[in-house]
Write a new protein. Structure first.
Length: 319
């Protein structure tokens, strides 16, 4: 059985993955699979920078609006859905293109055996949750540092959900989650993978992040969060703890001014982008491109398409 060609476009938030992946899909007869852990939620559009129908320009997008904000979702479910979708796209004679910035989602597709095979231990997870409540987040974070310092370095001490998952993986498998970060792509026998990494000069990226937050606020981010809360979606849900939501919730609860909430959102998004780059830099065989060094977007798109065609031996579709 021949390998399925698979393009993966990754990089930090606000670098331009969505627009670039759409252009590539248009030219190479592709369909896009989101690798964004927030865009899987229905009703959460502005704060997740989910592309609108118009912005998609007729290109089919998959794994957007998969579950409601109060429904559970994890990387194992993502892997199952994405794997099925990739096969369906390929069966239609189209090129599967994964685009996003959630490292765990992308890793789950690159590596045939990973920690997604470690099923949940509900009893152990509840024990950790109780410890976090009684002893504090820092205590739990320090516990992770002892068994998996590399993953601890990647996570924020307040990210209790992911800290617990990392401890759970270690508890079940006896191996730290970080062991799966740098595996060689040649171990994957299902796909012929082309990895495109997008980045840009840090100050330019941070400026784009700041401007994107301003645009989100102008487009109604506060009203979106308010609507979700009025619909009964609890602020402690995983979905409501995402960037853009937890900060505005604090404003709506009267705990911060809007200016303070926006400042924190910009700051934490910049920090998130830095952590994303740290994660992706661990991957091997990534063709990293500094998007701001190209003369214009057209030159960048052509360069990426030429690279993909050469690696996958596919034909170019002229506009």
């Amino acid at each position: 059985m021949s390998k399925i060609p698979l393009v993966i476009i990754l990089g930090p938030t606000a670098v331009g993955k969505t627009a670039i992946s759409i252009e590539i899909a248009k030219r190479l007869n592709g369909e896009i699979i989101s690798a964004d852990s927030m865009q899987i939620y229905k009703y959460m559009d502005i704060g997740t920078a989910k592309p609108s129908i118009e912005e998609r320009e007729g290109v089919p997008h998959h794994l957007l609006d998969v579950v409601y904000p109060d429904e559970p979702f994890n990387v194992s479910l993502y892997k199952d859905l994405a794997t099925k979708t990739i096969k369906e796209i390929y069966s239609r004679g189209k090129l599967p293109i994964v685009a996003g910035g959630t490292g765990l989602y992308i890793n789950s597709l690159i590596y045939p055996l990973d920690f997604t095979d470690a099923h949940e231990d509900k009893e152990y997870r509840e024990k950790l949750e109780k410890e976090a409540e009684e002893k504090g987040k820092d205590w739990l974070y320090n516990k992770l540092k002892l068994v998996d310092p590399e993953t601890a370095k990647r996570l924020h001490p307040n990210d209790v959900r992911r800290i617990i998952r990392a401890l759970e993986v270690y508890h079940i498998t006896g191996k730290p989650m970080s062991e799966y970060y740098g595996r060689d792509l040649r171990k994957n026998h299902q796909y012929s993978i082309v990895l495109i990494g997008l980045t840009m000069e840090r100050n330019k990226l941070y400026d784009r992040i700041n401007k994107r937050v301003d645009i989100m606020v102008e487009n109604g981010l506060v009203d979106e969060v308010k609507w979700l809360m009025e619909k009964g979606y609890d602020r402690n849900l995983n979905s409501m703890q995402g960037l853009g939501y937890k900060e505005i919730i604090q404003y709506l609860l009267g705990r911060r001014t809007l200016e303070e909430a926006i400042y924190i959102l910009k700051r934490d998004t910049r920090r998130f982008a830095k952590r994303q780059l740290t994660w992706f830099r661990r991957l091997t065989h990534v063709n990293w491109l500094e998007v701001d060094t190209f003369e214009d977007k057209e030159e960048l798109i052509k360069h990426i398409c030429d690279w993909i065609m050469d690696k996958l031996q596919i034909k170019y579709k002229e506009n």
